[in-house]
Design a protein around this ligand. Structure first.
Ligand SMILES: [Zn+2]
Ligand SMILES: [Zn+2]
Length: 282
């Protein structure tokens, strides 16, 4: 059995970094990882275009390290909706300036996609915690812009969303249709049961945090979903959300306890990964 991590972050400045993480993941049976740039504030940087540029450069070198450690790697980055309130409330930007800066950051990510250094934009969408209502509007303006640019570039997008169940999924389905990007290119990241079943019924790919209790519930559903660690590689919050190798451990535990069979595992860890990320399985 081989395992994939559909969404993880590594921090080469403060954390274990991609080299160590990839080595341990490979030893646990890992074959694929999608590495996503960290929000600049996690790297001690400002959420400015310069801060994002540095975080993109870092994820690109982390992707190289993960490849050298023997994994197949897809590299994503460029944005995070949790940066909107940081821009406005911490940096003191006017909302219109935060919007303009965000658009610049999406454009910056797109130049890396055009050069073949990034495979897609992550993470765009809405904050998952309470913010002022117009910050959500701003986040949605950036989301639509990112989906439009990704459509033109044929790139993939990871969505970071609130846990709003059907409402969250239906809004995304409508947005995807309105903008005209292929559903196969857009994944709802951190989709837990409650949102996952709606993503599945609407045919929108999802990445599911491979927490054991979540796997137990997710295993009741068949569909276009993958497992993720959403590892943040922050020494202040060790093992959050999961270590990538815990995806392997929890998947094996689910097999042992009869929640998943080998066929289901092959679909989650190989077929769906190959289909979404367009990578060749080993
Ligand atoms: Zn996220
Ligand atoms: Zn993430």
């Amino acid at each position: 059995m081989i395992f994939a991590d559909a969404h993880a972050h590594t921090n080469p400045l403060k954390g274990l970094g991609a080299k160590t993480v990839s080595k341990r993941f490979r030893e646990s049976g890992g074959w694929f990882i999608a590495l996503v740039s960290l929000p600049p504030t996690s790297l001690g940087l400002n959420p400015s275009p310069e801060g994002f540029e540095r975080s993109i450069e870092l994820v690109i070198s982390e992707c190289r390290a993960a490849r050298e450690a023997g994994l197949r790697v897809v590299c994503l980055g460029g944005y995070h909706p949790a940066m909107i309130d940081k821009m406005i409330d911490k940096l003191g930007m006017k909302p219109e300036d935060a919007y303009r800066s965000s658009i610049k950051i999406i454009d910056l990510a797109c130049t890396y996609i055009e050069k073949g250094l990034l495979h897609g934009i992550a993470e765009v969408g809405r904050p998952h915690y309470q913010v002022k209502p117009h910050y959500v509007v701003l986040a949605e303006m950036v989301l639509d812009y990112a989906l439009t640019r990704a459509k033109d570039l044929g790139a993939i997008v990871h969505l970071h969303l609130e846990e709003g169940g059907w409402i969250t999924a239906k809004d995304i389905e409508d947005r995807i249709r309105r903008i005209g990007i292929s559903k196969d290119k857009v994944a709802m990241h951190h989709a837990k049961p409650g949102l996952l079943e709606h993503a599945i019924s609407m045919g929108i790919p999802a990445t599911v945090p491979a927490i054991y209790q979540v796997i137990q519930i997710a295993s009741k559903h068949q569909g276009f979903y993958m497992f993720e660690s959403d590892y943040i590689d922050d020494p202040a919050r060790p093992g959050k959300v999961l270590y990538p190798w815990e995806i392997s451990e929890n998947t094996l535990k689910a097999v042992k306890e009869g929640f998943l069979n080998e066929e289901a595992i092959y679909k989650i860890h190989v077929e769906n990964i190959a289909r979404f990320y367009r990578v060749e399985p080993p």
